[in-house]
Each structure stands twice: as structure tokens, then as C-alpha cells.
Design a protein around this ligand. Structure first.
Ligand code: MRU
Length: 345
């Protein structure tokens, strides 16, 4: 099953609504850029690589909806406006803008709206297909780093649901299991939206990989007790000085460092952002209601405010290795400082 794909028959984008999991497996089908933007904001579709694919398909949807209404400069302005609107939905994951740019550049090279639509759609489909290949490569590189028998802690969801299939951090775990390793997983629940308990536990359990959910706050205690052998997480953006990932990741990195446990980050090269530093990256702030209530039950007094950052930045000094589709990067992470990684082949 694919997290996100193009429905050729319906000429529309199709993706799993992740807000409904694990209770219901429901697919959203849409031709509307506004509907997709709303779905991205609500985390129906989420996770850095899946957002890259969604962004590219968003440009194709924009071309589709404008192709019979505008031509020339008016058409180009319309799709650039839609692209900017989609890009603004979630500012931290670099892949969203990267996917949008790839599809947009291909569309803008064409002479007619119909050709632009074809070009954007082709590029989005290429990004979707590439993601599957890249995740398997990440998995193969990462699997060799894990001991034959081990317990891995992961945070948030960097699995098939965050990509197209297989996953990055969970791809490493899947590939290790496929290679015959005996891996069990501790999945942090990942408050406040519970991507760990709802999504990571869902997909690993479905695959028959042993998984237990833990409260985010139990990680340090379990490391101290010797119950965690490695941490493997995904990333939303990697600058030359930091890894941006779901809020709570930094705290796991500090604890892993303290207990001499390897801390691995698994991500495709498209997540590397060598042109920015940690201080340049906007951390998305989420709404108060994500903390104020749960399942209809009030968790805070009225009138109390919140601080609800969606991501944090982990200094590279705390990262044992970055597992990419092009190999394993290690200190001093020269690849992040000495070249434009986007251009590397
Ligand atoms: O807010 P989310 O659910 O989109 O955050 C997702 C994460 O932080 C993932 O760990 C990251 O995107 C890597 S996904 C392969």
C-alpha cells in the first residue's frame, strides 16, 4: 500500500488520511490545491519525504485546475501563487519546498498549460518512484550498523507513512529484519499528536515487527537500565550544524550521548540543506488546542497559554552518523559543509 500516489483513472491525488489512524484506514482523493494545503496543515499527509511528494503533486493539481482558464503569464502567475501557498503550510521540512520547486521548474519550462500539467505530473510521479528506491538504499546502509540482536528506540514516525513506502528510520529497521536481524522497537508515543503510538506502532505491528509504545519521558530511564541499544530517527531538515526533527528528538540525543548509545539519523539527500544554518530555520509553532484537550477531555485551565514547537534542532555533535541513500556520513560531516549536496550525484 502506498501512502501517497496519483489516481490515474480519477486524475486526482490520493493519500492515506493519517489523522484517522490507527482506528480507520481512509483515503483522501482530491483535485483541489486548497484541500491539499488544508490536509498538509492538519497532518493528514505528513513526514518530510511524503510532504515532498505531496508538494510536487500539488503543483500538478494547480496546473490541472488553471489549464483551461488561463494562458501565458496569467497561467504562470497562478501556479506560482499556488506553489507559494502550499510552501507556507509547513515551514520546517525542507522536502516540501524541494518537491514543489522540482515540479514547478518543470512546469514553467513548458510553452502551454497542458504541457506544463504533463511535466509537473511526470516530475511528481518521478519523485514518488525515487522515494521508494532511496528508502531501500537508506535501509540497506543502516541495517549494517545495527547489532544482530537489539532494541531500537525511535521517535515520531519516519516510516512508510512518512514516505511513499518502506520509510527512512523504519526502513533501516525493516531492512535489518529482512536481513535476518532480531530487532525489537520501542516507539515513543510522540506527544502531542502521537505519531509514534498511532502511526509507527501501527505500521510495525502490521508488519509483524515487535514494537512497544513508551511515554516520551520514559526514554532516559530505559537507557539508564540498559534497555535501549540504539536510537534511529528521521529528519525534516539537516543543516551543516543541526538535525531538525520532531520535538523531543534533541532530548533523546542528549540522553543517548550521556549513556554512550549510538544515535543515528536516517534521511534522503533531499533532506540536506547545506545553504542554511540552524539559526536560519523556522520552527513551526502549532496550535494551542493540540495541548489543551485530548479525546474531547480538557487538559488545561481556560486562559492558560501554550508553547508548542513541532520540531527541535539536535546539534550534529550528538549524532553518531547520518544514514543517507548515498552512504553513511560521520564526523566531521564534511559533505555538509564543503559542497552543494543537491548537485552531487
Ligand atoms: O509533524 P510531522 O509528523 O510531519 O513530523 C514528522 C517528523 O518529524 C519525522 O520524523 C520526519 O519528517 C522524518 S520522516 C521520514
Amino acid at each position: 500500500m502506498r501512502t501517497i500516489t496519483w489516481n490515474t483513472e480519477g486524475q486526482c491525488l490520493s493519500y492515506i488520511d493519517q489523522t484517522r489512524l490507527p482506528a480507520e484506514l481512509v483515503t483522501v482523493e482530491t483535485q483541489s490545491v486548497t484541500r491539499l494545503a488544508d490536509g498538509i496543515r492538519r497532518l493528514e499527509v505528513r513526514g518530510a519525504p511524503a510532504l515532498g511528494v505531496a508538494g510536487a503533486y500539488g503543483v500538478a493539481l494547480s496546473c490541472q485546475s488553471h489549464q483551461n482558464k488561463e494562458t501565458g503569464a496569467a497561467f504562470r502567475n497562478a501556479i506560482e501563487t499556488d506553489a507559494a501557498f502550499l510552501r507556507a503550510t509547513r515551514p520546517t521540512a525542507v522536502n516540501l519546498g524541494w518537491g514543489i520547486d522540482r515540479a514547478l521548474q518543470n512546469a514553467l519550462r513548458e510553452d502551454t498549460p497542458a504541457a506544463a500539467y504533463d511535466a509537473a505530473l511526470r516530475e511528481a510521479q518521478a519523485i514518488e518512484a525515487e522515494d521508494i528506491t532511496l528508502c531501500h538504499r537508506i535501509g540497506a546502509y543502516g541495517a549494517s550498523l545495527l547489532p544482530d540482536t537489539c532494541t531500537v528506540l525511535t521517535h515520531c514516525n519516519a516510516g512508510a507513512l512518512a514516505c511513499v513506502e518502506w520509510g527512512t528510520a523504519l526502513g533501516v529497521i525493516r531492512s535489518a529484519v529482512e536481513a535476518g536481524k532480531n530487532i525489537s522497537v520501542l516507539s515513543c508515543e510522540t506527544r502531542p499528536l502521537n505519531q509514534g503510538s498511532r502511526l509507527t506502532a501501527f505500521e510495525l505491528h502490521a508488519d509483524g515487527i515487535p514494537v512497544k509504545t513508551i511515554p516520551d519521558s520514559a526514554a532516559a530511564h530505559l537507557m539508564r537500565r540498559g534497555m535501549i541499544d540504539a536510537v534511529v530517527v528521521g529528519a525534516d531538515r539537516i543543516t551543516p550544524d543541526a538535525v531538525f526533527n520532531k520535538i523531543g528528538t534533541y532530548m533523546h540525543a542528549i540522553c543517548a550521548h550521556h549513556h554512550s548509545i549510538p544515535f543515528y539519523v536516517a534521511a534522503p539527500y533531499s533532506t540536506l540543506d547545506t545553504g542554511r544554518r540552524e539559526a536560519d530555520v523556522e520552527i513551526e509553532e502549532r496550535a494551542r488546542d493540540e495541548l489543551a484537550s485530548c479525546g474531547g477531555r480538557q487538559l488545561m485551565p481556560d486562559g492558560v497559554g501554550t508553547v508548542n514547537p513541532a520540531f527541535d534542532a539536535t546539534p550534529l555533535t550528538l549524532v553518531t552518523a547520518i544514514i543517507t541513500d548515498r552512504g553513511v556520513l560521520r564526523h566531521p560531516y564534511d559533505e555538509l559543509t564543503h559542497s552543494d549536496t543537491r548537485e552531487m550525484t
